[in-house]
Design a protein around this ligand. Structure first.
Ligand SMILES: Cc1ncc(COP(=O)(O)O)c(C=O)c1O
Length: 400
């Protein structure tokens, strides 16, 4: 361990709340799929800062947009018009299918808070005071603030903080009968991730998503899709649900929207958005000039470089290579995911060790619990880099 990393780790231990189990590596520079540590050592990044850098590290267009705007004006509040914010709202609403309004937040969990408030407001206004409950899927992840944590159906993350916000119901994913049985007049919304991310990369089946959309329409309930991890071309289309031929009433966004700067968004149909009245919600920093300039540059480059198409092609290649690895090593029982959001289920509880060894070999991986490894590379990832990953994985499986 170099001196800089040693000193930084000591400061972290002395002054940070012990919430994160940090790895003994410090990245100081990035370029596309590559990261470099303080010793100048190169790594391939298969996590993208947990799905937040779809365009790859240090993209020149995003860097230029940040530099230009930050030299002009960094903050003015939401009490005034901001040119980039207005353009970004138009771009996001259009990507989402048009006929939509946007609210900018600063993170995923904040976007989910906004969506919960909007769904409740819509339910109460249209259907009465008792219409405020929201159904989410077991194993879902929607964030860590108290509202979003109440939506997050993972007891291990919730238990230490009860009592949570009332009014959340949880059903198994891809089980339509369970949903049909629970959606009554007190329910204002069903909220789902199109592919559960933190829960282990579990996609909704296409039949389930279309049936949920139909059920929501029949019962007059909103469909809220949390596209925080799946959004911005991660699975191919701009938003993952667009490959299923359905629309969301409310969508939550964050992560890769500004390629690593903090921003989130609630996107709702005009009709649903109208439930929010002036003063119902707000944010000091949401939609600031710098982050909106970065987001505009990010979304433009994602489209120009056709990275949604690349996510489909390279994602299929990654899955195929992982299936071959499963057959060769017997270490993998399942390969799943959509586009470049992929995971493997291991036969042995060695995921932490595999990620640790891979890091030592120059590959950044993310394990979910003991038996799942998740792959979320920047969408600029190439087949040759997947080959390097697979070579390392095979060697690491042989060691652990
Ligand atoms: C689907 C989903 N929703 C919400 C969140 C919370 O986002 P943030 O960490 O920006 O608050 C995440 C983060 O992993 C996520 O994957």
């Amino acid at each position: 361990m170099g001196e800089l990393l040693h000193n930084t780790a000591a400061l972290d231990a002395a002054y940070h709340m012990a919430i994160y189990a940090r790895k003994p590596v410090m990245f100081v520079r990035g370029d596309g799929v590559r990261l470099y540590d303080d010793d100048g050592r190169e790594y391939l990044d298969f996590v993208s800062g947990i799905g937040a850098v779809n365009l790859g590290h240090a993209h020149p267009a995003v860097a230029a947009a940040i530099a230009e705007q930050s030299a002009k004006l960094v903050h003015v509040s939401n009490l005034f018009h901001v040119e980039h914010r207005a353009h970004l709202a138009e771009v996001v609403a259009t990507l989402a299918g048009g006929g939509r309004k946007v609210f900018f937040a600063n993170s995923g969990t904040e976007s989910v808070e906004g969506a919960i408030k909007l769904a409740r407001r819509w339910g109460k206004l249209g259907k009465g005071e008792d219409c405020y409950r929201i159904v989410t899927a077991q194993r879902s992840f929607h964030g860590r603030t108290l509202g979003a944590l109440s939506a997050t159906a993972q007891p291990s993350k919730q238990e230490a903080f009860v009592p949570l916000l009332p009014g959340f119901l949880h059903v198994p994913l891809n089980d339509l009968s369970a949903l049909e049985a629970i959606v009554d007049d007190t329910v204002c919304a069903v909220m789902l991730e199109v592919v559960q991310g933190e829960g282990g990369v579990h996609p909704c089946t296409p039949g389930y998503l279309t049936a949920v959309r139909r059920l929501c329409d029949e019962r007059g309930v909103l469909l809220v899709l949390d596209e925080i991890q799946t959004g911005f071309f991660r699975t191919g289309p701009a938003f993952a649900h667009q490959s299923f031929g359905i629309e969301a009433d409310i969508m939550t966004l964050a992560k890769s929207m500004a390629n690593g700067l903090p921003i989130g968004a609630v996107v709702a149909t005009d009709e649903v958005a109208a439930a929010f009245k002036p003063g119902d919600h707000g944010s000091t920093f949401g939609g600031g000039p710098v982050v909106c300039a970065a987001a505009l540059a990010t979304i433009h480059a994602l489209g120009e470089e056709r990275l949604g198409d690349r996510a489909i092609v390279v994602g299929a290649y990654l899955k195929q290579r992982l299936v071959e690895l499963a057959e060769k090593t017997g270490e993998i029982t399942d390969v799943r995911g959509l586009g470049l959001m992929v995971a493997v289920q291991l036969t042995r509880p060695v995921a932490t060790l595999v990620a640790e060894r891979a890091l030592g070999a120059g590959i950044v991986l993310n394990n979910i619990g003991d038996s799942v490894i998740r792959f979320l590379p920047p969408l600029v990832c190439k087949e040759a880099e997947i080959d390097t990953l697979l070579g390392t994985l095979e060697a690491v499986f042989g060691e652990v």
